[in-house]
Design a protein around this ligand. Sequence first.
Ligand SMILES: Nc1nc2c(ncn2[C@@H]2O[C@H](COP(=O)(O)OP(=O)(O)OP(=O)(O)O)[C@@H](O)[C@H]2O)c(=O)[nH]1
Ligand SMILES: [Mg+2]
Length: 555
Amino acid sequence: MEEIQKRRTFAIISHPDAGKTTLTEKLLLYGGAVQLAGSVTARKNQRATTSDWMELEKKRGISISSTVLQFDYNGYRLNLLDTPGHKDFSEDTYRVLTAVDSVVMVIDSAKGIEPQTRKLFEVCRQRGVPIFTFMNKCDRPTKDPLALLDELERVLGIGAFPVNWPIGNGFEFQGVFDRQTQLMHLFERTVGGQYRAPVQVGGLHDELIRGRLDDATFHRTVEELEMLEHAGHDWDDDAVLADKTTPVFFGSASNNFGVQLLLDGFLKHAPGPKGRHSAVAADVRRRIELANANGDQTNPPPHVGAYIAPEHPAFSGFIFKIQANMDPKHRDRIAFLRVCSGKFERDMTVHHSRSAKKVRLSSSHKLFGNERETVDEAYPGDVIGLVGHDSFGIGDTLTTDPGITYKEIPRFTPEAFSYLHNPNTAKFKQFRQGLEQLMQEGVIQALYLRNSSVKTPLLAAVGPLQFEVVQFRLENEYGAVSRLEAAPWTVVRWLPVDMKEYDLDTLSLPTGSRVAYDVGKNPVVLFQNEWSADYFTKTNERVPLSTLPVQTARE
Ligand SMILES: Nc1nc2c(ncn2[C@@H]2O[C@H](COP(=O)(O)OP(=O)(O)OP(=O)(O)O)[C@@H](O)[C@H]2O)c(=O)[nH]1
Ligand SMILES: [Mg+2]
């Protein structure tokens, strides 16, 4: 119980560029996990960040893949996950959200709530993940702080409780007032923000503090604080845990302002590891899916299985991410497992849901960016890396009790399609091997056209940037250059899972559309546009199409 209670597993989420990776790096700095903070736009003589370690990330200055960072701070064991903000990589981000117990939502205070933040917020809400908010970039002209709180309430429909309050705006931004201790924290800027920012702490009327503020800033701050006292909500841990309120922290990640307050405030109030629900048996689930596809509402929704508490005696966990070639020296693949219940011990033998076989977990690691270290035990809340199991796939459950199966991982509907050619036949092996690996990682999906002699893989992605990542990584990690060719489809729909091959022959297909199979051999139809998909529905009334990928694999 003690080990469970000291774990905090959380993700940092937001719209692209709000400062997630920068904040992650600063949390590592203040958490004592790095001595010197790197920067996302690493110039000469400057370290890159710990979480954007991938070649393409360093090159582009954006996050492409989520990163796990485990470290100890102040009696806690933190499992922090930095996520990519770009919507083309949202599948990766959404998978991470299944593995955490709370999130820090970063907002660019000049921009307010941006579309991708809003989407991610909704997913957190659906999953009941408590949300802490960091209003970043207060060192630049921002929206009015009260307006930002109002936006949270209006746009996201969540109560906002300002834990601290910014003092001065933009270039005049000097620090924050901690409403709980009633203390001002005034910071000094340091070059590059590599080290902790020097800070002066004191009461509102302390001479030293008062002397650093001009009259206008001082009076405005006093006024705003009084207003908050009268108008605002009270702090309420239950409301935070129930997703009704988000505690709000102001600051600037690149200048290290307010980072310590966020870290300490977050740890004090963030929930420890939560259990997960074991899914219903696959056959029951399939019936439910079919009923849903047919618009039959009388069936119970999925996820009706038993709740497996973290203190459940059996070890259980699920794989939410796979990543190959993290360390160029090893060139192996790591499966990221979130421990849900019981205790993990190295060398233990567990049941693997996909193969229904027993496997021994001998190579387990704690992760810190692309660094790893052997780990002998792990507890609920921990994310560990497992090496050397090619049969592990995203979504698989590992457990000492075969009765437990988790079905946490959402699947996405692709919206971009492209053929990927291998122009260099001598590199055929590398090309195929690399592509298979990237598909296993879930970087991309592949579809197989029915009745086709074409051997070129048809790739399907949520967004076109994913193709770029595939091409870059194929070349960089496997030495295989590739060429993209646009495919004529923009819409994919799943056919009922129980359709037989001869049923497929009888479909009446609109011009330009094709039947294909997904990796699970489930039949789909590719359409040139929405209109064509609607037309299909009208002409094939007895064949309901599903927008969401079918979750099962056909035997
Ligand atoms: N002025 C200012 N700039 C900041 C601050 N925090 C981050 N930035 C800058 O914002 C840009 C984006 O920062 P990142 O940390 O890469 O943002 P991100 O949210 O991780 O972006 P993606 O992972 O690509 O979605 C970088 O140029 C940072 O230097 C801040 O507090 N103030
Ligand atoms: Mg980032």
